[in-house]
Write a protein that binds this ligand. Structure first.
Ligand SMILES: Cc1cc2nc3c(=O)[nH]c(=O)nc-3n(C[C@H](O)[C@H](O)[C@H](O)COP(=O)(O)OP(=O)(O)OC[C@H]3O[C@@H](n4cnc5c(N)ncnc54)[C@H](O)[C@@H]3O)c2cc1C
Length: 395
């Protein structure tokens, strides 16, 4: 038996040696798929994974798609799109509202079949409720008439529009067009990759879209520059920046414009939490996900990057993407990467649970106040419990 096999075994070796050049030439033509390592599973990291899959088209030199690995130091995906549970209810703790012109987010929700939360009831009718409270009393209040007759509602709505116009003149319109033109500048980033350059710095990116100048002065100066009424700045703009970013009108014009854009109509969110966009993109992008794995160093070793995690694991990747906020990144880069120092303001979302005292004489005032102030703000991220109760009361 053994001697019968011997010639055929030698033949196989001979055949292998003869074919070896061909086998090697085939394997060098089609290079093995690269590995792409993404640090961070927020909407940035998950979008990178999605677009890598989306834009990959097999070619003779690259027939197989890249292997994608995502590293996330937390035990959940989504990053700053997160929910917290308080008293058995879940609330958005980070990105809570999405702008109607956030086309990526819209496309993701359609693609992933996510349910969009219906807008608050106050957006369904065209009446505008507005009350301005100076800490002691209402300095301005629109009319509220509880009538089911559409004609009465229309008349009330016209009267309210007239009263608002009388108070602020054309300033509301000017504010609207300021916000609209800023949002339109952002839309330039949706241009096709062929028309959009690769940016080396954030400043370059802002200059290209015409947004850089907004970073050179405060929101207040910006609004005074377009001749907005000081009353509107004091009474409305200040409230909006306070609610959205916990800051005054002295924030940068760009941050301020984003804040104002986040107070308009048509804002939306994903039912059950916006983080589902990140998790859906990751699930549908054939990714190997490493949760609870913090990357502590990234070294470029000639042809590949070596990523080391706090779990003492080491990964080699042809491409490394850092999709985390750079000002907070604690990764050691080799060679060192220069991260320009930026003066940033940290905001904190505070969640406090409390109960209303039904015997308080201020309760009715409070409910009235929340009805005016909070109808449109119920999905905002700065919650304190009595305001939460206020929102529920008005639902
Ligand atoms: C309180 C708050 C409210 C906001 N409200 C809105 C809003 O209403 N609408 C809106 O559009 N935007 C809002 N934003 C902004 C929005 O949340 C962020 O712009 C967006 O979520 C950032 O996504 P990202 O992927 O770039 O970063 P992140 O979401 O921060 O993701 C980065 C991920 O990287 C992980 N990570 C960091 N370092 C490492 C490491 N070394 N190794 C492994 N993993 C690491 C982090 O754990 C995190 O999961 C809000 C932000 C905050 C904080």
């Amino acid at each position: 038996m053994y001697s019968d096999l011997k010639p055929s075994f030698s033949f196989l070796i001979l055949l292998f040696l003869c074919l070896q050049p061909l086998i090697f030439s085939l394997s060098t033509d089609a290079s093995p798929p690269p590995t792409v390592c993404i640090v961070g599973s927020g909407i940035g990291g998950s979008s990178v994974a999605h677009f890598l899959r989306h834009y990959f088209h097999p070619s003779p030199s690259q027939p197989t798609p890249p292997n994608i690995k995502i590293f996330e130091r937390s035990y959940v995906v989504g990053g700053r799109m997160a929910t917290v549970s308080i008293g058995g209810e879940s609330f958005e703790a980070g990105a809570s509202i999405l702008h109607p012109k956030n086309y990526h987010a819209l496309n993701y929700s359609n693609l992933l079949g996510l349910k969009v939360k219906p807008p608050p009831a106050s957006e369904d009718d065209d009446s505008m409720s507005l009350g301005i409270w100076d800490g002691k009393k209402f300095v301005f209040k629109t009319l509220q008439v509880d009538s089911k007759f559409p004609l009465v509602q229309k008349i009330v709505s016209y009267v309210n529009s007239f009263r608002i116009f009388f108070r602020y003149g054309f300033s509301l319109l000017k504010m609207g067009s300021f916000v609209e033109s800023t949002v339109d500048s952002f839309l330039k980033y949706y241009e096709s990759p062929e028309r959009r350059p690769i940016f080396e710095t954030v400043d370059e990116m802002l200059k290209w879209a015409g947004l850089y100048n907004l970073t050179t002065q405060t929101l207040q100066d910006e609004l005074i520059g377009i001749k907005l009424s000081p009353l509107l700045i004091k009474e409305l703009v200040t409230v909006i920046t306070r609610i959205n970013y916990g800051q005054s009108v002295y924030i940068s014009g760009l941050a301020g414009a984003v804040s104002l854009a986040g107070s308009g109509g048509g804002l939306w969110s994903v039912d059950g939490g916006n983080w589902q966009m990140a998790s859906g993109l990751i699930n549908s992008s054939d990714v190997s996900l490493h949760l609870n794995e913090e990357i502590e160093s990234i070294s470029y070793l000639g042809e590949y990057y070596e990523l080391n995690s706090t779990k003492r694991n080491s990964y080699s990747c042809e491409v490394a993407v850092v999709a985390t906020p750079l000002d907070e990144v604690n990764i050691r880069f080799s060679p060192a990467v220069s991260i320009p120092e930026r003066k940033l303001q940290h905001t904190h979302a505070t969640f406090v649970r409390g109960l209303l005292n039904p015997f308080s004489s201020n309760l009715m005032k409070m409910i009235q106040l929340t009805k005016y102030f909070l109808e449109d703000q119920c999905q905002m991220h700065y919650w304190i419990a009595f305001l939460v109760q206020g929102c529920r009361q008005t639902e």
